[in-house]
Design a protein around this ligand. Structure first.
Ligand code: ZN
Length: 244
């Protein structure tokens, strides 16, 4: 009689242990990211700051010539961007941001919310305060964060080769020191000059798919040694030697 009573009790304890281990594992995954943790699945029709956080992470996937609005509204464009992100990383491409998509994002980002292969320090070789530009330091930093997620998408699309940022945010004094345009997007923290493999033209061409409205490269005056990628409202692409 005792044995019979003990066995179900043991089984129950084992079940509890398994459940607890499962719960711990799930919680561990959710907390793996010290930057931001999503608390719900997001799909078309949802809205909020968590949607906005998602949009920043998938802003490099708007499709050719497009820009994803970071507005906290999960509409068709956000769904399409999530689908492209999912396809890029071999996930189930359903356009719904759930545990699988969040796990990938957590794996891709650092504790300060920057993507794995780019850092604030790379986006600002001018000063450490992000001040002295055309916008406030906090705006320049948030512009740079979005830019980095676009660059992460670009880097992945180009085969995960390292991309080097030779210039990012510039204060007015840093900008004039390098002879930058007086209204340069570098002053806003929303432009980066890139060098790297496979070639400047492949970087410029691929950038058209990752939300960059400003693309300047070989053939455009002063841009034979780097690809300039920026965010602005109107499209201006010019790299005649690349056929752009
Ligand atoms: Zn530039």
């Amino acid at each position: 009689m005792i044995r019979r009573a003990v066995r179900p009790a043991l089984a129950f304890v084992m079940l509890l242990t398994a459940l607890f281990a499962g719960a711990t594992l799930t919680a561990g995954t959710a907390h793996a990211d010290s930057c931001y943790t999503w608390g719900r699945t997001l799909s078309q029709g949802t809205s909020g700051s968590d949607v906005r956080q998602l949009q920043i992470r998938v802003s490099g996937y708007p499709g050719y010539g497009s820009v994803l609005a970071i507005d906290g509204q999960f509409g068709p464009a956000t769904k399409a961007a999530v689908v492209r992100f999912q396809k890029a990383y071999g996930l189930t491409a359903d356009g719904i941001a759930g545990p699988q998509t969040y796990s990938k994002i957590y794996a891709l980002q650092d504790s300060d919310c920057t993507p794995a292969h780019f850092a604030y320090s790379e986006l600002n070789r001018c000063n450490s305060s992000w001040s002295g530009g055309a916008v406030s330091a906090s705006t320049a930093r948030s512009n740079a964060l979005r830019l980095m997620w676009q660059l992460e998408a670009l880097r992945h699309a180009l085969g995960d080769h390292p991309l080097t940022i030779s210039s990012g945010f510039r204060s007015y004094s840093c900008n004039s020191a390098v002879g930058g345009a007086s209204n340069s997007n570098h002053l806003y923290g929303r432009a980066a000059d890139i060098t790297g493999t496979p070639s400047l033209c492949s970087i410029d061409k691929e950038a058209r798919y990752h939300g960059f409205r400003e693309i300047l490269g070989p053939g455009y005056p002063g841009h034979s040694t780097h690809a300039h990628l920026g965010n602005q409202s109107s499209r201006y692409w010019s790299a005649s030697q690349c056929g752009i």
